[in-house]
Design a protein around this ligand. Structure first.
Ligand code: ZN
Length: 341
């Protein structure tokens, strides 16, 4: 529904009835105390080919909010519910995946209809994982105004775990904010777009449990998908940062063929326009949810998340969040043309 339209009385009543539910499900976790002014300053200073300053500030605030919600493997209910609310606000519909298995992992599947001439095109699957390492400590989140980095305030102490949950909350926020940008732009004349299936998975860190569960027990979810893009890892991989900020992980052989060759060309064109360095790697192949997805959804290429460092010494720069959202916006808009034969 366009933002300007007047809600119908029935919709207002439904919203009022749902309000207590929404309020009850909004997690009441205290945000780590970091200087929001410094975060906003970094966002305003960041370069973007798609996001204006308010959208960049919103992106940085969204990352701060999502990374502040604890949610290690098998404890993703709060972050799952928050993502569901944010996607529903963009018009996404929940796909029921509840099952009777008492130990079923926490997952979220939501679908956005296609728009215009691309309404009946195969869908794009967007994936990130909901869980962090169980040992992550988001209460230690800090922000470095000099570098524009979110970091862990115990990163200098080698004996301490220094993951605050940037893996994969940065992937989640990239997916959510790219979709938000497209939702808000020209609401009365939206650009044609393929349908989108957002699959946010639980228990990735303990063996791709959520993704394997969906592939095995909910195979119909994967019908009609033309391409799958995950935003995650590889963490144990050093790039020539900051001259390489965007990384596509794909095998040498897949890189020569569609749809991956087209996505790599799209990445190169995007990077040139955005004046950001990129690279390609095979490090991380087979180590993420995409490895559990069926081959017919074309899960052979994924983008490294904005996290630098390892499961220790995580760092996420505001500028890199912006670069990744910019890239995903282009992928969502251009993949049908880029991957056409
Ligand atoms: Zn990850």
């Amino acid at each position: 529904m366009p933002l300007q339209s007047t809600p119908r009385p029935a919709a207002v009543m439904t919203a009022l009835l749902l309000l207590p539910l929404v309020m009850a499900s909004t997690p009441a976790f205290a945000l780590p105390t970091i200087d929001s002014n410094a975060v906003h300053h970094a966002a305003i200073q960041a370069r973007s080919v798609h996001l204006d300053a308010p959208a960049r500030v919103r992106l940085a605030d969204s990352f701060h909010a999502l990374v502040s919600i604890p949610g290690g493997s098998r404890a993703e209910h709060a972050i799952r519910d928050e993502c569901r609310l944010r996607l529903a606000a963009l018009g996404a519909r929940d796909i029921p995946i509840a099952d009777s298995l008492s130990n079923a992992p926490v997952n979220l599947a939501m679908r956005l209809d296609g728009i215009g001439a691309l309404s009946n095109h195969p869908a794009l699957l967007l994936n990130a994982h909901l869980d962090t390492l169980v040992v992550s400590t988001p209460q230690h989140l800090a922000f470095d105004p000099a570098t524009g980095d979110f970091f862990h305030d115990l990163e200098a102490e080698r004996s301490e775990i220094s993951s605050f949950g940037g893996d994969d909350r940065s992937g989640l926020v990239v997916v959510l904010e790219a979709l938000r940008h497209l939702h808000l732009r020209k609401p009365s004349h939206p650009a044609p777009r393929t349908p989108i299936l957002v699959l946010l998975t639980g228990s990735e860190e303990i063996g791709l449990v959520g993704a394997k569960h969906l592939a095995r027990h909910h195979p119909r979810l994967f019908e009609g998908i033309g391409l799958s893009i995950t935003i995650d890892g590889p963490l144990d991989y050093e790039t020539a940062y900051p001259s390489e900020r965007l990384v596509a992980v794909v095998s040498e052989s897949d890189a020569q063929h569609q749809p991956y060759a087209g996505i790599l060309r799209l990445l190169a064109a995007h990077a040139s326009a955005a004046k950001v360095g990129w690279s390609r790697s095979e490090v991380g192949l087979g180590k993420g949810d995409f490895a559990a997805f069926p081959a017919h959804v074309r899960p052979g290429l994924h983008f490294r998340s904005p996290v630098r460092g390892w499961h220790r010494r995580e760092r996420v720069q505001v500028q890199d969040l912006v670069h990744h959202v910019d890239l995903l916006i282009d992928v969502i808009q251009r993949w049908p043309e880029a991957t056409a034969r």
